[in-house]
Ligand binder design. Sequence first.
Ligand code: COA
Length: 261
Amino acid sequence: MAEFEHLSLSTTGNILTITINRESRLNALNQATLSELKETIQSIYDDKDIRGVILTGAGEKAFVAGADISEFKELNEMNARKFSEEGQEIFALIENCHTPVIAVVNGFALGGGCELAMACHMRVVTSDAKFGQPEVNLGIIPGYGGTQRLTHLIGKGRAFEYMMTGDMIDAETAESWGLANHVAENKTSAIELAMDILQKIEKKAPLAIDFVVDCVNAVYNPGENGYQTEANAFSRCCGTEDFKEGAAAFLEKRPANFKGE
Ligand code: COA
C-alpha cells in the first residue's frame, strides 16, 4: 500500500480506510493532500479487491475544516479557475467511483470539507458534526462543487441560506435534511456503522453496485436521460452470471455466491 505524507491508509478485510492526517490544521486540504487523495482514489478504480472505502479525518475535532486557507494568498483570477476545476475533478472521481465511499464525518466539515463529504456516496456523522460552507466569510464561494451538491442534497432555499450566511448545520439537522445518512454517538461508533454498511454491500453482486452508482449519479447529470441509463444498466445486469446465480440462489434457498461476472 502506498505511503503518503498527509493520508494514512489501512485495510480491514476488503474495506479501505483513508484518514486525512493533518490534525494540527484540522485536516485542511492543502494541494499536496488533494493530490495524494487523487492518486489514492485513482488506484481504487483499478483495484477490484477493495470493496468499500471509509474516508475520515484524523482526531476527534474535524473531518476537514476546509481548503487550506494559508495557500489562498497564491490565488488570483487567472489561476483560480484551475484550482476550482482540479478540485471538482478529484471530487467527481469519488462520486463516480464504483466502489462505495462513505464519509465518516467526525466534527467540522466546512468549506472543502463539506464539499468532500458531499462527494462521497454516503455520510455517517458523529453527534458533534457540523457542516457548513462559510466561504462568504472569506469573500469567495464554494469552488469544489459545493454550490451544486449542497443544493441537490438540502434543496434550493436552504442552500441559499447556508451559503449566504455561512452558518453551520448540526448533525441532527443534517440527518433530518438528508445531508447525513446516520448520526452516531462518536467516531468509533460512526466507523463501526460505516463498516457494517460496507460489509453488507460487499455481499451483493458487484456489477449491480457499479450500476447503482451510475444510475443514481445520472439524476444529477444534466443532459443524461437517467431512465435510459437505468434501462441500459438493467439489461446489462440481466446478462451477467451473477444475475443467474442470484436468482438460482433465491430459488434454492441458499446465500448467493457472487463473482462480479
Ligand atoms: N485552513 C488552514 N488552517 C486551518 C483551517 C483551514 N481551513 N481551519 C483551521 N485551521 C487551523 C487554524 O488556523 C489553527 O491553526 P493554529 O493552531 O496555527 O492557530 C488550527 O487549525 C486550529 O484551528 P482553530 O481555529 O484554532 O480552532 P477553533 O476550534 O477555534 O475553530 C473552526 C475551529 C473550524 C471554527 C475554525 O478553525 C475555522 O473557522 N476554520 C476555517 C473554516 C473555513 O473557513 N473553511 C473554509 C475554507 S474555504
